[in-house]
Design a protein around this ligand. Structure first.
Ligand code: PFF
Length: 478
C-alpha cells in the first residue's frame, strides 16, 4: 500500500496496485462489452469476427495499453503534461503532447453520447424495475417480464422513448449528474470508491445471469455461433470494425489510461498490470456474448438485429423465461454499473486536463467539462426527434446519412481514436527514451523485445490501415 493523501490535493492517487487494476478494468468494461460487442459479433456472423477481435486485442491493444499506462506513470500528471514530460526526458519535441489534447477532446465527445445511450439503459432499468415491483406485489415475483404485453408493445417502447425528447433528456441528465458527482469527489474518494464497490457487484451479476442463461437458454448454439469461424465472413469491413472495437473496448486513444496511469504512485509491474486489464476486458466481452446469445437463440431471435438487439429483443425474450422480470431488471442494472465506471473515466480525462494545464480546482473542471458534454449530448438526443434531419458533417460522404449521435460516435471512433493510437505507437516505438521505458515499465528480456516490435511496427501499420479504411471505405469497395 502506498500512503497518499485523499481529496483534491495533487497527491491524490490509487491506494494500491489492485485498486488501479480494478479502476482500469472498470473503465474498460462498459457499453462497449455488453452492448457494442454482441451487436457487432451478431451482425458480422460470429466466430471469425470474434477470433480476429481477440487477435487485435492482444497484438495491438495490449501494447498500446502498456504504452498509455507507461506515459501516465512516468509523467504523473494529466495526459498533455505527461506526454510533454516523457518527450522532454527523451529529447523529443514537446509538440507530441498534441495527441494528448486530441485524446482529451475525444473523451469529452464520447462522454456526450455515452451518457445518452446510458440514459436508455437507465430508462429500461426503470421499466423493468417497476415491472418487478408489480410482479412482487401481485404475489408472483418469479414470473416472466412485462406480463401480458404484446411483442409490438415491447419492441415499440424504444421508438416511443426516442420520440420523447423530455424523457431522453431526463435520463441523460440523471446519468451525467451521477458521473459528475463521482468525479468531483476525486481519485481516492470518487473513482476508486466507485470501482471497488461497483466492479464486484458487476462480476456477481455477470456470472449469475450467464449461469441462468446456460440453464434456460441455448448455450450450445451460442457457443458454436461465437467460436466456430467461417473465414469467408472475415471481409475487410469486418476486420476494420473488429480493430475499431478493440480500441474502443480497451478505452484506447482517448488518453484515459494515461490519466489513470498518472495516479499510480509506486511500483513498476506495468506489463502484468496491462495484461490483466486486457484479459479481463476481453473475458467480459466473451462472457457477455455467452450471456446474451443463448437467450437470443432460445427464443428464436435474430442475432444480427443490430444496435437494438439488447434493448428491443431481450425484454421480449425475458417475457417467456422463468423469473424473467427479476433477471431482466438485473440485466439492465448490470449494464448501468458497467456504463458508469466507464463514463467516470471519460470525464476524468478532461477534468485532469483542466486541473493540470489550467490550474482549475477539481470541482470546477469537472463541472465545466461534464456540463459541456451534457449540452452536446442534448444535441445528440434531439437528433432522434426534433433535429432528425440535421446532418452535422453532411458534406462528408461517410457521415451523409448519419444522425447527430451516430456522427459524433463515428467521427470519434473512426477518426480520433485511431489517430491518437497511431501517434501513441510512433511516439513510444520511435521517440521515447529506452532507459526510461525499461525502468518505468519493469519489462526486460524477450517480453521487452516483443513489445517493442509490436509497438514500433505492428501497431503503426495496422492502425494506419484502420484509419485509412475507416475514412475511405471506397478503398474496401464498400
Ligand atoms: N471502454 C469503454 C467501453 O467499452 O464501453 C468505452 C470507453 C470508456 C472508451 C472510457 C474510452 C474511455 F476512455
Amino acid at each position: 500500500m502506498v500512503g497518499v493523501a485523499a481529496g483534491d490535493s495533487p497527491k491524490d492517487g490509487w491506494s494500491s496496485r489492485s485498486a488501479f487494476i480494478l479502476a482500469a478494468i472498470g473503465a474498460a468494461v462498459g457499453l462497449g462489452n455488453i452492448w457494442r460487442f454482441p451487436t457487432l459479433a451478431g451482425e458480422s456472423g460470429g466466430g471469425a469476427f470474434v477470433i480476429f477481435y481477440i487477435a487485435c486485442v492482444f497484438l495491438l491493444g495490449l501494447p498500446l495499453v502498456l504504452s498509455e499506462i507507461f506515459i501516465g506513470r512516468a509523467g504523473q500528471t494529466d495526459a498533455v503534461g505527461s506526454i510533454r514530460k516523457v518527450a522532454e526526458a527523451s529529447n523529443a519535441s514537446p509538440t507530441w503532447s498534441v495527441f494528448g489534447s486530441v485524446g482529451a477532446i475525444a473523451a469529452f465527445l464520447i462522454l456526450s453520447f455515452y451518457s445518452v445511450v446510458a440514459g436508455w439503459v437507465l430508462y429500461y432499468a426503470g421499466v423493468m424495475g417497476m415491472d418487478l415491483i408489480d410482479a412482487i406485489l401481485s404475489g408472483d415475483p418469479f414470473r416472466g417480464a412485462l406480463a401480458g404485453e404484446s411483442q409490438e408493445a415491447i419492441q415499440g417502447r424504444m421508438g416511443d422513448l426516442f420520440a420523447n425528447p423530455w424523457l431522453l433528456l431526463a435520463m441523460h441528465f440523471a446519468f451525467m449528474g451521477a458521473t459528475l458527482y463521482i468525479v468531483a469527489h476525486g481519485v481516492g474518494g470518487g473513482l476508486e470508491k466507485a470501482a471497488t464497490w461497483l466492479m464486484p457487484a458487476f462480476f456477481v451479476l455477470l456470472v449469475g445471469i450467464t449461469i441462468y442463461g446456460a440453464f434456460v437458454g441455448n448455450m450450445g448454439e451460442a457457443f458454436a455461433f461465437l467460436f466456430t469461424p467461417d473465414w469467408s465472413k472475415l471481409t475487410p469491413a469486418v476486420m476494420n470494425s473488429a480493430l475499431g472495437q478493440a480500441l474502443f473496448s480497451l478505452s484506447l486513444g482517448v488518453a484515459g489510461l494515461i490519466t489513470y496511469g498518472s495516479y499510480i504512485r509506486e511500483g513498476s509491474k506495468l506489463g502484468s498490470t496491462s495484461a490483466a486489464i486486457a484479459v479481463a476486458d476481453t473475458s467480459v466481452a466473451l462472457i457477455a456474448g455467452l450471456m446474451i446469445f443463448p437467450i437470443v437463440f432460445a427464443v428464436g431471435l435474430d442475432p444480427a438485429a443490430g444496435p437494438t438487439l439488447v434493448f428491443q429483443s431481450l425484454p421480449f425474450a425475458f417475457q417467456s423465461m422463468p423469473a424473467g422480470a427479476l433477471i431482466g431488471f438485473l440485466f439492465f442494472l448490470l449494464i448501468l454499473v458497467a456504463a458508469i465506471t466507464s463514463s467516470i473515466s471519460l470525464l476524468e480525462v478532461p477534468t485532469a486536463y483542466g486541473i493540470g494545464e489550467r490550474g482549475w480546482g477539481r470541482r470546477k473542471s469537472a463541472l465545466i467539462f461534464g456540463g459541456g458534454a451534457f449540452l452536446i449530448g442534448i444535441a445528440c438526443l434531439l437528433g432522434y426527434n426534433v433535429w432528425s434531419d440535421v446532418r452535422i458533417l453532411g458534406f462528408w460522404p461517410l457521415f451523409a446519412e448519419t444522425d447527430i449521435l451516430d456522427t459524433v460516435d463515428g467521427f470519434t471512433g473512426k477518426v480520433m481514436l485511431p489517430l491518437v493510437a497511431l501517434l501513441t505507437s510512433i511516439f513510444i516505438g520511435w521517440k521515447a527514451d529506452r532507459r526510461l521505458v525499461e525502468e518505468t515499465t519493469g519489462l526486460a528480456g524477450p517480453m521487452l523485445g516483443l513489445w517493442r516490435f509490436l509497438i514500433a511496427w505492428v501497431c503503426p501499420i495496422a492502425v494506419t490501415i484502420i484509419l485509412v479504411t475507416g475514412l475511405f471505405p471506397s478503398i474496401l469497395g464498400g
